[in-house]
Ligand binder design. Sequence first.
Ligand SMILES: C[S@@+](CC[C@H](N)C(=O)[O-])C[C@H]1O[C@@H](n2cnc3c(N)ncnc32)[C@H](O)[C@@H]1O
Length: 214
Amino acid sequence: MTPEDLDFLLTAAGRALLEFADGLDFSRTQVVASTEAVRRVDPQHAAAAIDVVTARARAAGRIRGADRMVLTDEAVQQATAWPVAALRALRLSSRVVHDVTCSVGAELGELVRTADRVVGSDLDPVRARMAARNVPEALVCVADALAPPTRDAVIVADPARRSGGRRIHDPAQLSPPLPALLEVVGGRDHVIKCAPGLDTSVLDHRGEVEVVSL
Ligand SMILES: C[S@@+](CC[C@H](N)C(=O)[O-])C[C@H]1O[C@@H](n2cnc3c(N)ncnc32)[C@H](O)[C@@H]1O
């Protein structure tokens, strides 16, 4: 999704295109006809609109309120499932929290239910804009997780784990790299989500580890 696609989708015409696409069936037998129908209405923005409505469908049950969100399929695949995010949010009740890899705001949506104040940031400006639109209760900006613009907030991070579709075992290969992130947030309260399979033996981590399985 380009910044221009997102500009358009946030206009009245863009919302109308999303509403039209949302009413179509993108299951395997109907995907060609439905794609054609969206292209006939707006060839330039059809791909982005279809990405959003199919991502919403994929996110059902995984992200609360996804049917009203602007998101992409890739972001949904990376998103924390809401029961996991809600569990973490409960532990951060009444705190000031900064999600430094907020993507389109799946975790922010859970954090704003419990935390005192919530800041979100992401290096990807399109995702950050989506998060700002999806979770207006949070303050969202574009920032590098390795230089977070808050001082005292509890840091929440969920580094990207997949590269070229393959799982990563080396913490330094995550984005942002886990050793560098730990160095930056080590002096503050922090929570970092890690996928199973990560070789944590190479990290000098002495804090709590919580294992959550769905
Ligand atoms: C796994 S996703 C986070 C998903 C999020 N927890 C959710 O539930 O939707 C990782 C995010 O980290 C962002 N990212 C990668 N490197 C970053 C960095 N150095 N600073 C800030 N964000 C970064 C990516 O753009 C991506 O949106």
